[in-house]
Design a protein around this ligand. Structure first.
Ligand code: PLP
Ligand code: MN
Length: 386
């Protein structure tokens, strides 16, 4: 049975969060709405466009909330993510932020271009530019492309101002491609916890991006769009005068890695309640075994959350200071530092660790206001990594 079939009858019933089958992905509607509004207001106040990254939430419902708050479109990590959103009507202004290279993927890309408005994709190699040009030409509809710039981690992107200019020339030579601008996402710098250290690192990258923009401009390729930035860097990037739009993702949920960061420069990590963005994503689990002194076992393990970050914090349902330890695929241990662990069957709320890969483990968001389930939203693009 799907999550929706299992739980739809509980929507709107007071206290219904307690009735959910666990482990379950929970989003706090008030915190999510506040995060969306805060980022929208920030971008507007800086005269920047917002194209939030859907890799974080993979949800047409959340995308629609972002569009309603003024976003110009959504970023997607892969063609499959873009297809899934478009199929749900989120079909305008999609930007695919990784190169689409294989022949079957390019065939889907040009089909999606025909079915949507303003689709954009990044490129980082002349062979790919030629392949996209041929496919878009055969489809009869021009395709917009942005040059992806490597900020120095060698993941994707062109690696120098000269190669950026060469790629611009290659794009110009394809009549079925429209040059839309430049993308640069400085991923490594996002989670530097101290504001000043992060600022210095991003200013250094900003100088390099400026060099590339200047080289393109000198070659008659001034980028109409300069897209980039993330939750960790948006306040700094907004001051660099380089970007035309922000492609922030994690701000909607705020996981521990971001809550440990000082996003605003006030000298303190923002914590769950202190910063401009609040934690909105949780996993509700339950105690399923309570036979050992000083600990209990909950029903959420490796399959219930991402494991690349620290284990989750325990935010409700157990004595303050309780800690969670992974106990395998399906289970975790809950160990209070003082007091008794919660009893068999008790509900425990964990903070979602690294948000993006955690979301991808679930079919649906259970949207709550306090302890009441108020909606269920499918994770529209779950598993659409290709
Ligand atoms: N842009 C790109 C290309 C990304 O890979 C990501 C996240 O990994 C983002 C934007 C969103 O960044 P964040 O989650 O730091 O806001
Ligand atoms: Mn992430």
């Amino acid at each position: 049975m799907t999550d929706i079939a299992l739980h739809a009858g509980l929507i709107g019933q007071s206290g219904s969060r307690e009735q959910l089958n666990t482990p379950v992905l929970v989003v706090d509607r008030a915190a999510l709405s506040a995060n969306i509004a805060t980022m929208a207001a920030f971008a507007a106040s800086k005269g920047l466009k917002l194209r939030p990254h859907a890799k974080t939430h993979k949800s047409a419902d959340i995308a629609r909330l972002q569009l309603k708050a003024g976003a110009v479109g959504l970023c997607c990590a892969k063609i499959g993510e873009a297809e899934a959103l478009a199929a749900q009507g989120v079909s305008s202004g999609l930007l695919i932020t990784s190169p689409v290279v294989s022949a079957p993927a390019i065939a889907r890309l040009v089909a999606l271009n025909l079915a949507t408005q303003g689709l954009k994709v990044v490129v980082d190699h002349p062979d790919n530019v030629a392949a996209l040009g041929a496919a878009a030409g055969a489809s009869g509809k021009p395709l917009e492309v942005l040059i992806d710039l490597d900020p120095g981690i060698h993941r994707t992107g062109v690696a120098s101002p000269q190669t950026a200019v060469a790629l611009f020339e290659a794009i110009k030579a394809q009549s079925s491609l429209t040059y839309a601008g430049l993308q640069c996402y400085c991923g490594v710098q996002q989670h530097i916890e101290a504001f000043d250290v992060r600022k210095t690192a991003l200013e250094d990258r900003g100088a390099y991006i400026r060099e590339v923009i200047d080289a393109l401009t000198a070659a008659d390729g001034a980028p109409p769009i300069v897209s980039g930035s993330g939750t960790g860097s948006h306040r700094i990037d907004a001051e660099l005068g380089l970007f035309t739009e922000l492609q922030v993702g994690s701000y909607v949920f705020m996981d521990d890695q971001y809550l440990a960061c000082d996003l605003t420069g006030d000298g303190a990590g923002d914590g769950a309640d202190a910063g401009p963005y609040q934690r909105s994503l949780f996993i509700d689990a339950r105690v399923v075994s309570a036979n050992s002194p000083g600990m209990v076992t909950v029903d959420a393990g490796f399959k219930a959350m991402s494991t690349d970050a620290d284990p989750p914090q325990v935010v409700a349902g157990a004595p303050e200071g309780s800690r969670y330890f992974f106990m395998g695929d399906e289970h975790g241990a809950l160990v209070p530092s003082s007091g008794s662990p919660p009893p068999l069957g008790a509900r425990v709320t964990l903070a979602a660790p690294h948000c993006d890969p955690t979301v991808n483990l679930y079919d649906a968001y259970h949207v709550v206001e306090g302890d009441t389930l108020v909606d269920i939203w499918p994770v529209t693009a779950r598993g659409r990594s290709r």
